[in-house]
Design a protein around this ligand. Sequence first.
Ligand code: DX5
Ligand code: ZN
Length: 213
Amino acid sequence: MKVAPSILSADFANLQRDVERVEQAGADWIHIDAMDGHFVPNLTLGANIVSALKKVTTLPLDCHLMIANPEQYISDFAKAGADVITVHYEASQHLHRVIQQIKDCKVKAGVAVNPATPVCVIEPILQDVDLVLVMSVNPGFGGQSFIDSTLSKMKQLDELRKKHGYHYVIQVDGGINNQTAKSCQDVGVDIVVAGSYIYQSKEIPQAIASLKG
Ligand code: DX5
Ligand code: ZN
């Protein structure tokens, strides 16, 4: 299992320190949550933070866009140094177009689904994406509880990629701790995002190791 700490739970006054801390503790990617106050009821980070962090870490920057009309911001995030850009199914009017736009920027393209969104609606795009993000909380805030019913969607995505030979990785985000990460691993998840579990831990290396399984 790979681990992507979400810097939403980091200390924004010490962002470089908190990114270096998880990098040294064995993190695989850095997860950056961009929220616009429209698609989700919160405002957070934009492409300027991505370009600032690009200078202080060599880890892949995994950008989760919780923003309406994501096509307007893809080139900003790509230029800033994003390695993965994930857009929400629910926020994209023209999903194939925005996924192609990400790939044209030579960035890995992901699609995210909210907890109440079934897998069947993204089946037409699965052959084109590098990552599928199953939200295990409703996006907008850190520190929420994992929604168990999302596990069956992860399993379904694992079965679909085996059946069709798709290449995407399966990522989960929201309410991840050592127990929920284990449940995700059992159904075929490749990478977990964790914010509060990692950054509120007194021993970050142990917290990350406990998620790796
Ligand atoms: C939620 C964000 C998550 C968030 C996870 O909308 O997408 O990445 O930081 O936080 P935890 O791990 O605390 O649930
Ligand atoms: Zn996220």
